[in-house]
Design a binder for this molecule. Structure first.
Ligand code: IPD
Ligand code: CA
Length: 282
């Protein structure tokens, strides 16, 4: 298959969009019937609901039916090797805690990724080439593919024109362990006097799509898993953002994603590096 033919990439994005919308509509209906915590993961506050598992099962079923040779990787344990070179990276519900509390910022996030020896855009060496994020509570479908721009319900997206970090609305997120959160809170403490304001909405994929739509000026978070940002970061890039890691080794082993219009993203990264450099090592 000619992997990077725009028509193929567009059809991968269309498939991701239709699966995300179907499954998102289903989990929205499940939410209306009530939701309970089914299990916890990395900490007591890192929860999984029956809807996360059912959504992952439904996404896998739909993708397998449409493209049986593709690999699958999902947050709730989904894993299948790829025979086609493409692996779908799935967050069945990004923003599970919002889902639990019936807050609207939760989404189904589906990315087609490749590992082709070219420089990766993801921390694990993969590159996202197409995909979709569906936010069922507000019926917003974000789609994008490499070189093809990104869209919200069919309309082209563009990042904000903000250049001045002091006037930037910056979103971020926090991990689930108290050690990680303590460190992240310290970075926010140092950053907040230097920006317009900080938002913590609770779903990385939604943050990145809102960045693409110009509803936020920049975004950063440390320690994201591939399913949290695979397609959101692509959608943001296709709307004009750059997505950066930390250039040096101040945070060994833990990916950092900084995203925004180019000048702003570089300034924000410099501030984050400065703040992390003040933290105790270990
Ligand atoms: C989480 C959300 C949150 C981010 C966390 C993620 P989940 O994903 O994206 O905004 O701050 O780092 O783990 O657990 O809701 O799929
Ligand atoms: Ca999730």
């Amino acid at each position: 298959m000619p992997l990077y033919d725009p028509a193929d990439l567009a059809s991968l994005a269309t498939l991701a969009g239709s699966v995300a919308k179907d499954v998102g509509t289903r989990i929205r209906a499940m939410r209306a019937e009530g939701v309970e915590v089914a299990n916890t993961k990395s900490s007591l506050v890192d929860v999984v609901t029956a809807a996360d598992r059912e959504a992952e099962r439904l996404v896998a079923e739909a993708l397998r039916a449409a493209r049986p040779q593709d690999g699958l990787l999902g947050e709730e344990g989904l894993s299948a090797p790829s025979e086609s070179g493409i692996t779908w990276v799935v967050d069945p519900i990004d923003g599970t805690v919002n889902y639990l509390y019936d807050l609207p910022a939760y989404a189904v996030s589906i990315a087609a990724t490749v590992e082709d020896g070219q420089p990766g855009t993801m921390a694990d060496g993969r590159r996202a080439i197409a995909g979709a994020v569906y936010v069922p509570a507000v019926d917003e479908l974000f789609t994008g593919f490499k070189g093809g721009g990104s869209r919200l319900n069919g309309l082209d997206l563009r990042v904000s024109e903000a250049r001045d970090l002091a006037l930037a609305l910056v979103a971020t997120g926090f991990g689930y362990t108290s050690k990680r959160r303590t460190e992240q809170a310290e970075v926010v403490r140092q950053l907040i006097p230097r920006v317009r304001d900080i938002r913590r909405m609770g779903a990385a994929a939604v943050d990145l799509c809102n960045l693409a739509a110009g509803r936020l000026d920049a975004y950063y978070e440390r320690g994201l898993a591939p399913w949290d940002y695979a397609v959101g970061a692509l959608i943001a890039r296709e709307a004009g953002a750059v997505t950066l890691g930390l250039a040096d080794d101040t945070l060994p082993g833990e990916p950092m994603l900084v995203a925004g219009p180019p000048a702003l993203a570089h300034d924000l990264r410099a501030e984050i590096q400065r703040a992390y450099a003040t933290l105790p090592r270990g």
